[in-house]
Design a protein around this ligand. Structure first.
Ligand code: ADP
Ligand code: MG
Length: 381
């Protein structure tokens, strides 16, 4: 009997030491006066990636994108695209296009004219322009809407038309600055999937800036988290969520409990650390394989959905007890805030697998919480 077909292994060029990055940012710094908008940034992006730059407002995301596009020149460092040093090249000589959040379309032109605009400027033959415009309209699923003006389109359609125009010139790299920022929540979620499907179809490398962690998580192959002009971590969405490198990343991505404390002891062979926390009675046990000296101030991070709830004291690596202070019912899940005697408020998430209109646990009831050492992350930075 033939062996069952196996899914192809995931393509993850960043794990391949021989892979050549498609975009290489090398020690790039950009200052405005004395202010460091981008501070010594190094980053590799691989061909075909949907790469997200995620950070709060003012963290330097747009500046980094503008440096890639050539609208800004770095004070220091180099930028290579497809092996070519483009640091000194003006925007129009880079194989790059940029899609902005707003002002994306010319209002007096039809969608087709908008898409054709850059191609006409490049003096492509009329027949080829017509073919490419039609192809782009089909790609963004608007084959019938080429004759509409932008104000005759919905928000989502406008966004897709802008994408079609940005892709028509077949850039090797497309830069997107908060591309879905103008859309309301429902449309935004829908358009996220569309954008990813289109990117997979054309295979163009996308670098997208966003301040929305959910958007970055759902859409991208990898995420660079920026804070104050620096990149603090570059990882896949899952690695960023499960293995945050710093407190900042842990708190920026999703809900999390952070317990402050000091290292009591470490068992390097077992890969375990014991931490005495200020607001918990019993020391916490966490998996950690890097050396941390005794007495080091650390945070132990635990995601709310990794915590189990019990009505009796359980047997587990980590146990805490407390009273329910708040319950938020969200339909699919409930969030419990459980306060320990020493003052910690622990956020716990329970998924509603079975239908019931009754809350699972009582107000002011005593609850036992537990989580395994493997669910806890020790953060030293
Ligand atoms: P983000 O896109 O992450 O919100 P930006 O890259 O737009 O952040 O800006 C980062 C910082 O650099 C901000 O504090 C901003 O005020 C500053 N900045 C950006 N562009 C300029 C400029 N042309 N002149 C002076 N300051 C600027
Ligand atoms: Mg910005």
């Amino acid at each position: 009997m033939a062996a069952p077909a196996r899914p192809a292994p995931p393509v993850e060029p960043w794990r391949d030491p021989g892979a050549q990055p498609f975009v290489r940012i090398e020690g790039v710094t950009k200052t405005f006066g004395k202010f460091y908008a981008c501070d010594d940034i190094s980053l590799d992006v691989y061909r075909g990636e949907f790469f997200a730059i995620l950070g709060g407002s003012g963290s330097g995301k747009s500046t980094l994108l503008r440096l890639l596009a050539g609208f800004e020149a770095p004070d220091k460092g180099r930028i290579l695209i497809d092996g070519v040093d483009v640091t000194a090249l003006p925007p129009y000589q880079r194989p790059v296009n940029m899609m902005f959040q707003s002002y994306a379309l010319f209002p007096h032109m039809t969608v087709a004219q908008n898409i054709a605009f850059g191609l006409k400027q490049d003096r492509l033959p009329a027949g080829e322009i017509r073919d490419r415009v039609q192809h782009m309209l089909e790609l963004v699923q608007m084959p019938q809407l080429g004759n509409r003006k932008p104000d005759q389109l919905s928000g989502g359609q406008r966004q897709r038309a802008a994408l079609a125009r940005a892709l028509a010139k077949q850039p090797k790299l497309l830069l997107l600055d908060e591309p879905l920022g103008a859309l309301d929540k429902r449309l935004r979620e829908h358009t996220q999937f569309e954008l990813v499907n289109i990117q997979e179809k054309v295979g163009t490398t996308f670098i997208m800036v966003t301040h929305d962690q959910e958007e970055a998580m759902t859409m991208s192959s990898r995420i660079a988290v920026m804070d104050a002009g620096r990149i603090v971590q570059v990882s896949t969405p899952a690695a960023l969520y499960e293995f945050p490198a710093t407190r900042f990343v842990a708190e920026f991505i999703g809900g999390i409990n952070l317990f402050e404390g000091r290292v009591l002891s470490q068992d390097l062979d077992a890969g375990l650390v014991r931490v005495q926390c200020d607001q918990l009675e019993a020391p916490l046990l966490a998996r950690h394989t890097d050396f941390v000296p005794e007495g080091t101030a650390v945070s132990v991070a635990v995601r709310p959905e990794k915590i189990d709830v019990h009505e009796q004291r359980p047997q587990a690596d980590n146990v805490a007890v407390g009273k329910v202070r708040d319950i938020a019912y969200l339909g699919d899940v409930s969030i419990y805030h459980v306060q320990t005697e020493a003052g910690a408020v622990i956020r716990v998430q329970e998924t509603h697998v079975e239908r019931s209109s009754e809350p699972h646990y009582d107000w002011d009831g005593t609850l036992w919480l537990s989580w395994p050492a493997s669910s806890a992350v020790v953060l030293t930075a």
